[in-house]
Write a protein that binds this ligand. Structure first.
Ligand SMILES: Cc1cc2nc3c(=O)[nH]c(=O)nc-3n(C[C@H](O)[C@H](O)[C@H](O)COP(=O)(O)O)c2cc1C
Length: 199
């Protein structure tokens, strides 16, 4: 296997941030990309961390947000309404890159963000939001959960939500034989702070 050309970002903080957003962009658009399915961690109602896989749907580098879709009846939707602090974890084994993004989540159900995402979703994806009873409901028998077959393409819209994470920090880790590189970008203060960290 040929080594990937990392000259644009190895040892270069600006190039590293550029590469991180490039990978996130392609994670949103390429279903085969490892970054397409990050883990989203939130705080459960008893204070313990809770992580699960989500599909990365959209990214805005300019506004530093990342979006996933979810059912507003889900546990994660409830959790981020109580405490919006979340973290997204990405790992691409072929690129040998891990990203950890910490930020604040917002849940969009009735606004233009949700309308826009719903309008772009396919009928197959919309089906999941029609399931009854709601996600996470204990069942005596798994067949109790059903997706009603209906003609109305808007069915399920009332359960659909966009979970948007505004990044506060982004941590990069690149595993390389000639020396690992770890960097942290922090937008919590007036000016972005970018620095290397010991890997
Ligand atoms: C490959 C994969 C992709 C998934 N994508 C999503 C997603 O985009 N949104 C979502 O709500 N759940 C998604 N799930 C299911 C979640 O991981 C989780 O099991 C479910 O949402 C319940 O989580 P909660 O009870 O913490 O809310 C996905 C699971 C897998 C395995």
């Amino acid at each position: 296997m040929t080594e990937r050309d990392d000259s644009a970002f190895y040892g270069n903080l600006d190039g590293t941030l550029e590469e991180a957003w490039r990978m996130l962009d392609s994670g949103a658009s390429d279903r085969r990309a490892a970054f397409h399915t990050p883990a989203l961690a939130s705080l459960s109602l008893d204070g313990a961390p809770s992580a699960r896989t989500v599909v990365l749907r959209r990214v805005s580098r300019a506004e530093r947000w990342l979006q996933a879709h979810t059912d507003r009846r889900s546990e994660k939707a409830r959790e981020v309404l109580v405490d919006p602090h979340v973290s997204l974890h990405f790992y691409d084994p072929s690129a040998k890159v891990q990203l950890r993004i910490a930020g604040l989540a917002s849940l969009h159900t009735e606004d233009a963000v949700a309308d826009d995402a719903w309008a772009q979703s396919r009928s197959f994806s919309r089906e999941c939001y029609r399931i009854e009873p709601g996600p996470g409901t204990p069942l005596a028998d798994p067949r109790e959960a059903v997706i009603p077959q209906v003609e109305n393409p808007e069915a399920g819209r009332e359960h659909f939500a966009v979970l948007r994470v505004r990044a506060q920090t982004l941590e990069w880790l690149y595993l390389a034989a000639r020396g690992h590189r770890r960097a942290r970008f922090d937008w919590r203060y007036e000016r972005m702070d970018a620095r290397w960290l010991t890997p």
